[in-house]
Design a protein around this ligand. Structure first.
Ligand SMILES: [Zn+2]
Length: 409
C-alpha cells in the first residue's frame, strides 16, 4: 500500500504499515449526556514503521491544540505515579548535585505532582503545561507553570529570559509531540552546556512483544525503541548516554542525555542497542505478526462477549482509560453490550466513553451492581485495582484481562 507519509524524524518515505486499528474517536474525549446525539468525529488510527531509522509512528496526526487544551487526566490520581515521581526527584537531586542555584524544567508538568517535590526542596523549577485547566491547578499548588507547548520557540524564549536548565524532565510527553526534531531541538536550545535531560516513555519493544496494541491512540504519535532515538538526538548535538528499563505502564524506557561528549556513553546504551538488533527491531519482519496477534485478541473478546450474552450473564468494564477506548472501539459493536464502566476518577463520572458511549460510574458501583464479569481495561494497574475491588471479587465477581491473551481471574 502506498502512502504519502514521511518519517517525522528522518524524512524518509520508506514506511511500512504495522497495524490498522480502523476509524477511531479521540480516546480521551469523554462525552456528556447532552453530546451523545451529536456527530462524533473519528479518524484513521494506524501505525507505520520507518524502514530507514525504524521509528514507529501513526499516520494521522490530530492537532495538539484539539487534544490537549482541556485534559481530564490528572496525574495525582494514581498513588503509583506519585511514589514514582517522588523517588525519581530524590535521586536526580543527588546524582546531578542540584541546589538553590539550579534550574529544573519539566515538559508536560501536569498538575505539578512532580515539580512540587523540587519546590519543597527549594530548587528553582518551572513547568510547561498547555492544558489550561490543569496548569491552573499546578499554579495553585505553588508550581510556576507556562501554558505553552514545548518546542524550539518556547524553549529558546525561556533560555533567553532565565538562562539554561541544569535538568530537563519529560515523563510521557515525548511520544505525544508530533514534531520530534522540534522537541529535541527545544531540549538542545534550553539545556546548559553541562546539563542533563531525562525522558520517560512507553517502550515500543514491550508493545510489540506483549501485544499492547491498546496503548495506540491519536495522542501517542510515536512508539519508541532505542535505535531510532540515537540519530535523532545526534542531529541536535545531543547524546543518549544511559538508559533504564522501568516496569510502569506495561514497560517504559528512561533515557539520560547530555550534549555530545559531556558524558561517557555507558554499557546500558550499547547493551540495549545490541539486544534490539538481535530482536530485529531494525528489520521489517519484526513488525509482521503484531497485527495478527491483535486480531486474535479481538476475536477472543468477541467470542467471550457473545458467549456470556447467550448465557444471560452481565459484563461491565473497569477503567475508563484511553487504552480501553482503543480496545473497545477496535472490538466494535459486540462491546456496546457492556453495562457500564467503573472508574475511580470523579471527573469522569456521569460521562460516556468515546465511540460506544458506555456510561462511566463510580468504582464502588462494581461491588453494588455485581456484574458477572468486569473487563479490566487498565491492566497496567491490575494489582492496584484488584486489591481496591476485593469486595467485588469476594462476592463472586470475576475480572477479565483481555491481553496479551484473554484470561479470567
Ligand atoms: Zn525515519
Amino acid at each position: 500500500m502506498s502512502t504519502p507519509l514521511k518519517c517525522r524524524s528522518c524524512g524518509s518515505e520508506d514506511l511500512k504499515e504495522v497495524i490498522d486499528l480502523g476509524q477511531q474517536p479521540l480516546a480521551n474525549n469523554l462525552l456528556r449526556t447532552q453530546d451523545l446525539s451529536q456527530d462524533e468525529p473519528k479518524f484513521p488510527l494506524d501505525v507505520w514503521v520507518c524502514q530507514q531509522c525504524w521509528l514507529m509512528q501513526i499516520s494521522h496526526i490530530i492537532p495538539p491544540v484539539k487534544l490537549f487544551s482541556e485534559y481530564v487526566y490528572f496525574s495525582s490520581f494514581s498513588d503509583q505515579m506519585l511514589a514514582h515521581a517522588r523517588q525519581a526527584v530524590g535521586r536526580y537531586v543527588e546524582e546531578f548535585g542540584l541546589g538553590k542555584d539550579s534550574f529544573v524544567v519539566e515538559v508536560a508538568s501536569n498538575d505539578g505532582y512532580l515539580l512540587k517535590n523540587f519546590v519543597g526542596a527549594s530548587i528553582p523549577c518551572l513547568g510547561f503545561e498547555p492544558a489550561s485547566n490543569i496548569a491552573q491547578v499546578a499554579r495553585k499548588n505553588g508550581v510556576e507553570t507556562r501554558g505553552e507547548f514545548f518546542g524550539r520557540d518556547s524553549a529558546s524564549a525561556l533560555a533567553d529570559e532565565r538562562g539554561g536548565a541544569d535538568l530537563i524532565l519529560g515523563n510521557n510527553v515525548f511520544a505525544h509531540a508530533p514534531e520530534p526534531n522540534d522537541f529535541v531541538g527545544g531540549l538542545a536550545a534550553l539545556l546548559k552546556p553541562g546539563g542533563r535531560i531525562v525522558l520517560e516513555f512507553p517502550y515500543g519493544v514491550e508493545m510489540i512483544e506483549k501485544v499492547e496494541f491498546d496503548t495506540i491512540y491519536h495522542e501517542h504519535v510515536f512508539y519508541f525503541t532505542l535505535l531510532p532515538l540515537l540519530p535523532l538526538f545526534q542531529r541536535h548535538g545531543l547524546e543518549i548516554y544511559h538508559v533504564e528499563h522501568l516496569p510502569i505502564h506495561g514497560g517504559s524506557l528512561r533515557i539520560f542525555a547530555a550534549r555530545s561528549g559531556v558524558e561517557d556513553v555507558r554499557d546500558s546504551v550499547r547493551e540495549l542497542s545490541a539486544r534490539e538488533s538481535e530482536l530485529g527491531v531494525n528489520s521489517p519482519s519484526y513488525y509482521e505478526r503484531f497485527s495478527e496477534h491483535a486480531a486474535k485478541v479481538k476475536a477472543d473478546l468477541i467470542a467471550f462477549l457473545k458467549e456470556q450474552r447467550s448465557l444471560g450473564k452481565e459484563v461491565a468494564a473497569y477503567g475508563a482509560s484511553a487504552k480501553g477506548s482503543t480496545l473497545l472501539n477496535y472490538v466494535g459493536s459486540p462491546a456496546a453490550d457492556l453495562k457500564f464502566m467503573a472508574d475511580r476518577s470523579t471527573y469522569k463520572h456521569g460521562l460516556h466513553s468515546p465511540g460506544l458511549h458506555i456510561e462511566i460510574v463510580p468504582a464502588e458501583e462494581l461491588a453494588q451492581r455485581k456484574p458477572d464479569y468486569a473487563i479490566l481495561l487498565v491492566w497496567n494497574f491490575a494489582q492496584e485495582v484488584m486489591k481496591q475491588q476485593s469486595e467485588y471479587s469476594s462476592q463472586g465477581g470475576k475480572f477479565v484481562i483481555p491481553l496479551p491473551r484473554l484470561q479470567v481471574v
